[in-house]
Structures are given as C-alpha cells and as structure tokens.
Ligand binder design. Structure first.
Ligand SMILES: Nc1ncnc2c1ncn2[C@@H]1O[C@H](COP(=O)(O)OP(=O)(O)O)[C@@H](O)[C@H]1O
Ligand SMILES: [Mg+2]
Length: 459
C-alpha cells in the first residue's frame, strides 16, 4: 500500500493509455509494470501504462480512458496503490441530502452552504460531490452528482458509485420511508460505507444504552411511554422531571414538571413565543392538561429525571458537544459550546431566547479554578458516551451532537444524542476554528472509511 497525491491531467488521445511521471511511477511501485487496474469509486478499468519523463507527481488520462472511467475533473487528488496492480484515484465522496427549499444556486436548500464548505475543504485532495436520492441510477451504478466549480457555481457530472457516503438527509419522516431504507441497504450491500445511518429517537438511544454501565452513569433515569402511575412515582422520587417527545427536536413539545408536596404540581412549557407556567393542585389535573394537549401522542413521549444544571443569573446552562470520528477512527470533541437558557425557558435553544457562550465562560462562574478539571472530565465522558452509543448501535456512526448537562456537583449528564447535529454553535465568534476543524474531520473520516491511507499513516 502506498498513498500520495498527484496532479491529474486530461489528454485528448483516444487510446487507453495512462501516462505517469517517473517519480509517481516509483512511488506507486509500478516501475516495470505494463498495465494497471485503475479504480474510481466502484468502477475499474485495465489500462496500459507508460512512463513520462517529468518532475513531480503527474498522471495523464487519455480521452479513451475517460470514456470508461468517469474521473470528474483535472487537478490534485489522492492516489493509492491498493495492491494487486490496482491504483485508485479519490476518494470519491458523496454527500447525500435533499432538495427541500431548493433554488438554482442552492440545490440543497438550507444545507447548500454546509455542503459547499465540505467540498471546498476537500478540494485538491478528493472528489467530493452532493447528491439526492433521485440522482442515483442503480441500474448503471452511477450518480449524477453536483460538483463545485472554482468560481463557486454548481455543475453536474455523472460519476461511479462513491467510496463513501456522508448522509445529511434532512427529513426525519422521509428517512423512515421504504425508498430510503432500500437506498441504504443497497449501499451497504455494495460495501460502500454510509454514515450516519439516520436520525435518532430519544427513546431508542436510551434503550440502546440500557445495558451499558459506562453510559448509564451519565444518563438521567428515563422511561419511554410512561403510564400515569409511573409519572406520579417519578415525580415523587425526583420532584423534577423533563417530559419530551421521543422524536422531537428544537425543544418543541417539551415540559418541565415539578412537584412540591405542599404547593402542588407545576408545568412549564413553551407556547408560541411565550413561556407558560401552570400550577395544579393534584396530579390528575396535570395529566388531564397533558392529555388535552397531546392525546394519544403522549405514548410517544419519554419522561426523564430532571437535572439541576449550573446556572448564570438564574438561567440554566447546558452544552453541545459536537463529536466527530477522525482519520484514526477515534471520537474527538471537535466543538464544544455552552448554551444559556432564555429567562423562564424550559430549554437552552437560541430560538427560545437562549444564548451561546464558550465553555470556559460558562464553567468559570460556577467552578472557578476547577473549571478546567470539570471540562476535561466532560470531554472524557463525551468520548465514552460516543463509544457506548457506537458499540450498541447496529449501524455506522461518524458524527454525533451530544446535549450534555453539568450539575452543581460537576457531574456529567447526557440528555440526548443527535445523529445529524446542526452547526449553529459555530456562529459563536470564538468557535470559528472549531467549525473548520469539524469540517476537516468529515473528510479525514471519509479517507479512513474509504481506506485511503498510507502505510501506518492516517491519510
Ligand atoms: N433531564 C433533563 N434535565 C434538565 N434539563 C433538561 C433535561 N432534558 C432536557 N433538558 C433541557 O432541555 C433541552 C432540550 O432537551 P433535548 O432532550 O435536547 O430535546 P430537543 O430534541 O428538543 O433538543 C436540553 O438541551 C436541556 O437544556
Ligand atoms: Mg437537544
């Protein structure tokens, strides 16, 4: 195995000859060879090779070669001798999304900017493109991908099935459809790594970790689809609960429930742009309110022990740990942001009046000189939690957004894990470098998954 980069040129000859500069020929251990299997994504051709007396790493692909192997463009890219006289260009990386909210310049709607950023980051290193489920031709085994020009515009190119797929489909609902299920199965059957598999449900993640002591240590007690009796028992045990829709996000439909033996039951929630606080003298009237608002949807809720979070100005603070797998297949906390809840808000979402801060700002206030120690402990926990989720999950994971709480004793708690984390934390000016690092990890991990790695190196 040997990995290097080379400059790919297109020549106009109609024959099937690949010219390699002498240094490249040597590095790829092809000296003396007459022909080579040239691979791009899942496409392979056999071509004659010839040496070209030129400095540097150059590869010339004739029109004849390009007819059979669809190399999308000229310029720098990785080239790997994958053994057995096989040379692979790439990696060819597909970013899967959809057209929701599209326009001509934004083919992937609100996701367009993010996809552009990933593609730009991989320029001169890999072939990256965006695509939607409708762009795949399973019969031909090709994809009509969206590539980014040097000027920042989009152009279409038909390429083979990629070496790896990064899944950023945006619709929870579509993702559970038969079409998308079969799409995933088809990639997996062809041994094309696909990550992440799909959105998570809260209940599924809690269940996944139910037998994992390392993770359980950080999970508030959680019960999916609780009966009224169970809710009452939990309120008596903890006095403070969160009640959340299992497939929810953005804080929608969440209740903060508290019980004071003398004063009764309290429910706090968001209604439109208002924070509401209701008091009930008995448990039955609290349940009647929840039933009136949600009816049978209540069985798709989870109830969770409430955690007394650290606060600033009496507003609770929690944290987003954006986790990535790197080029060595290890989990790293790529970006960490603290979020302070808006006054009276049940959650810390910015949309609900919350604000972003650096973890140092947030922890300094409560823990003073111990802030660093607490942050280190939280980082270790975030890695352990990611490993536990991965260990117990049947599909491939390369990225996670963990919602982490830290209580007044410095204990670390996980409220939920997101499989398609948003990127709003990187809007904080202090987190720009972390935002770029997060993008780089995506490519690094794609390099790892597509086995574009040198001897002992991490690509
Ligand atoms: N068990 C809990 N204890 C304390 N706060 C919680 C708890 N569960 C959720 N929260 C708060 O509510 C926010 C939203 O909850 P989360 O489970 O992340 O749901 P969503 O999918 O809506 O983001 C969390 O970021 C945290 O601030
Ligand atoms: Mg959340």
């Amino acid at each position: 195995m040997s990995l290097t980069t080379c400059n790919v040129h297109f020549s106009q000859q109609s024959n099937k000859i690949v010219y390699l500069s002498s240094p490249l020929l040597k590095q790829l251990k092809l000296s003396g060879k007459k022909s080579v299997h040239l691979k791009l994504g899942n496409e392979v051709i056999t071509a004659e090779i010839k040496q070209l007396k030129r400095q540097g790493n150059h590869l010339y692909l004739s029109a004849g070669v390009r007819q059979s192997i669809r190399v999308p463009k000229t310029g720098n890219v990785y080239v790997l001798n994958s053994g057995d006289n096989e040379v692979q260009l790439g990696p060819l990386v597909g970013i899967l999304s959809d057209h929701s909210g599209r326009s001509v310049s934004n083919p992937f709607g609100a996701k367009t900017g993010f996809i552009k950023e990933i593609i730009r980051n991989g320029e001169h290193k890999a072939y990256l493109f965006g695509f939607t489920p409708g762009d795949i031709n399973w019969h031909q085994q090709t994809i009509n991908g969206y590539f980014l020009s040097a000027q920042g515009g989009w152009y279409r190119k038909i390429v083979p099935l990629p070496d790896v797929v990064y899944n950023r489909l945006t619709s929870r609902k579509a993702e559970t459809s038969a079409t998308i299920n079969s799409l995933r199965e088809r990639f997996v059957r062809r041994k094309i790594p696909f990550f992440n598999w799909s959105f998570f449900n809260k209940a599924d993640v809690y269940k996944l970790l139910d037998n994992d002591p390392e993770a359980l240590e950080h999970l508030p007690e959680s019960i999916s689809g609780p009966t009224a009796d169970k809710m009452k028992e939990m309120l008596e045990n903890h006095q403070f609960l969160y009640f959340k829709p299992t497939a929810g996000s953005l804080g929608i439909g969440i209740y903060r429930l508290t019980y004071h033996p003398k004063r009764g039951y309290f429910a706090r929630y968001r209604k439109g742009s208002q924070n509401v606080l209701l008091r009930f003298t008995n448990f039955q009237s609290l349940m009647r309110m929840l039933q009136a608002r949600h009816g049978s949807h209540l069985n798709r809720y989870v109830v969770q022990q409430g955690i007394r979070l650290i606060e600033i100005d009496s507003c609770p603070i929690d944290f987003r740990f954006h986790m990535h797998k790197n080029g060595k297949n290890e989990w790293v906390p790529a970006g960490i942001c603290a979020k302070k809840a808006g006054r009276g808000s049940v959650t810390t979402h910015v949309k609900n009046g919350g604000s972003l801060m650096t973890p140092e700002q947030a922890l300094g206030k409560t823990f003073g000189s111990q802030a660093d120690t607490v942050l280190e402990k939280a980082k270790k926990a975030s890695i352990k939690l990611s490993e536990s989720i991965e260990r117990n999950y049947p599909h491939r994971l390369g990225e996670l957004g963990l919602d982490i709480g830290i209580d007044k004793d410095g204990e670390i708690w996980m409220f939920e894990a997101n499989a398609k984390p948003g990127r709003s934390i990187y809007k904080h000016p202090a987190l720009r470098a972390e935002g770029r690092a997060s993008i780089s990890y995506i490519l690094e991990h794609c390099m790892y998954l597509s086995r574009f790695q040198g001897q002992g190196g991490n690509g």
